[in-house]
Write a protein that binds this ligand. Structure first.
Ligand SMILES: C[S@@+](CC[C@H](N)C(=O)[O-])C[C@H]1O[C@@H](n2cnc3c(N)ncnc32)[C@H](O)[C@@H]1O
Length: 393
């Protein structure tokens, strides 16, 4: 056998192995045997439960959604409540509430004590309350569930209008600059309440104190700009977003003026103001298709001072269990939203290099599930940034 044929032969082994094990796993008699055999019993049970969780995931999510919609967790925050009083508050009968409570208890959200008749918060419910952005996120999932009700239809009719696309009004908009206060209000509020955790991760992972001017692109209502300006008192911060969003940011950042300011730009279509030696893109790239991301990165490169740093922070498609967050959750979410896709750090690095950035580096965060960070530098040259406009207020 020729050497190349031998190589092909060996390369085919993992695929053959996967096909052979799939053929065994789908045999009902093997599954029954594995569930009984002492050495495989525990594995078989774990796998059966994982499979059940996969089938039941939507129902679990609806239990969580019902708790969020009823404000159940907030009602339990001050302390345990008596079942009857809770049922009256929620306007459901005791039996209905008990069904929800038992379901929520099995998912670790609440604790129902039949002895005392009291309901209290359980660990997972308390964790949700500890993240102020989570309950609004869970509530807005009603839009996602509606869009995913017919997933094949969604895949076939890509770019058809959806509820999520209406919510994220810039997604698929031919003229995002023209969006008014009503179009941008609901998503801007959601982004602001969920920004705290992201800001903390980004500020811990990257030393912004070494910079003079930071430009936050797609910075929303300025929650990150305000947080970073407060944390690094020597830093000047510009928050750039669509006009209607920038107006909201201007209000928030007014107290920090003139060190913090809001600027209105279409970041995927207009030249960006020059003069910043750091640029951030938080939860922005994954919203946009590749062509728009390429324009955005070229614009950021043009605007950034030579030697300056670009910081990208968002959930990324990396290895291991987090992949389900990127591909199963964000992949389907962004499909429903009608633009963008989750990208791996390597894909982002490729896009950055094509835009002219160097020294692309991944930084550690303590919650990679939520935020991964990639930084890159614009090479230091004596030439001015081509194509960047001067900062105009
Ligand atoms: C998912 S939100 C993230 C906001 C903020 N960075 C955060 O993490 O909370 C995306 C932001 O990008 C802005 N955006 C989307 N397309 C834009 C465009 N073409 N020009 C300027 N801003 C845009 C949106 O208005 C929104 O504020």
């Amino acid at each position: 056998m020729a050497a190349s044929a031998r190589l092909l032969h060996w390369r085919a082994w993992p695929e053959r192995w996967r096909a052979a094990s799939a053929a065994v796993l789908c045999r009902a008699d093997f599954q029954r045997w594995a569930a009984r055999f002492p050495l495989t019993r525990a594995i078989a049970r774990r796998r059966a439960l994982a499979l059940f969780d996969l089938c039941a995931g939507f129902v679990y999510s609806q239990v969580l959604f019902a708790c969020a919609e009823a404000g159940l967790l907030e009602r339990l925050a001050p302390g345990p409540r008596e079942l009857g009083a809770l049922a009256r508050d929620l306007e459901v009968d005791r039996d209905g509430l008990l069904t929800l409570l038992r379901a929520a208890q099995s998912l670790g959200l609440v604790r129902w004590d039949a002895g005392t008749g009291h309901v209290s918060l359980a660990g997972r419910g308390a964790e949700i309350l500890g993240n102020p952005g989570l309950l609004p996120m869970i509530r807005h999932h009603a839009l996602l569930y509606a869009d995913l009700a017919q997933p094949l239809a969604l895949l076939r009719a890509r770019r058809a209008p959806t509820q999520l696309q209406a919510f994220w009004a810039y997604a698929g908009s031919a003229e995002p600059r023209a969006l008014g206060a009503q179009g941008i209000g609901p998503y801007s509020e959601l982004m602001t309440v969920s920004q705290g955790l992201v800001a903390a991760q980004v500020c811990e992972a990257y030393p912004f104190g070494r910079h003079r001017v930071l430009m936050d692109l797609g910075g929303g209502e300025g929650a990150f700009a305000a947080a970073v300006a407060q944390r690094f008192p020597g830093l000047e911060v510009w928050c750039v977003d669509l006009p209607a969003v920038a107006r909201r940011a201007a209000q928030r950042l007014g107290a920090l003026a003139p060190r913090a300011r809001a600027l209105a730009r279409d970041i995927t279509g207009e030249p960006l103001p020059a003069g910043a030696d750091a640029i951030t893109l938080l939860r922005v790239l994954h919203d946009h298709d590749d062509a728009a991301v390429e324009r955005l990165l070229r614009g950021a490169h043009a605007a950034l001072s030579p030697g300056g740093t670009l910081v990208i922070a968002e959930p990324m498609a990396a290895r291991g269990r987090d992949l389900r967050v990127a591909h199963a959750y964000f992949g389907m979410y962004l499909l429903a939203m009608g633009s963008g896709r989750p990208r791996s750090p390597a894909e982002i690095a490729g896009l950055l290099r094509r835009a002219g950035f160097v020294a692309v580096t991944q930084r550690r965060t303590s919650l990679p599930l939520l935020v991964r960070i990639v930084t890159a530098r614009k090479p230091a040259t004596r030439r001015g940034p081509p194509g960047a406009s001067r900062l105009q207020m």
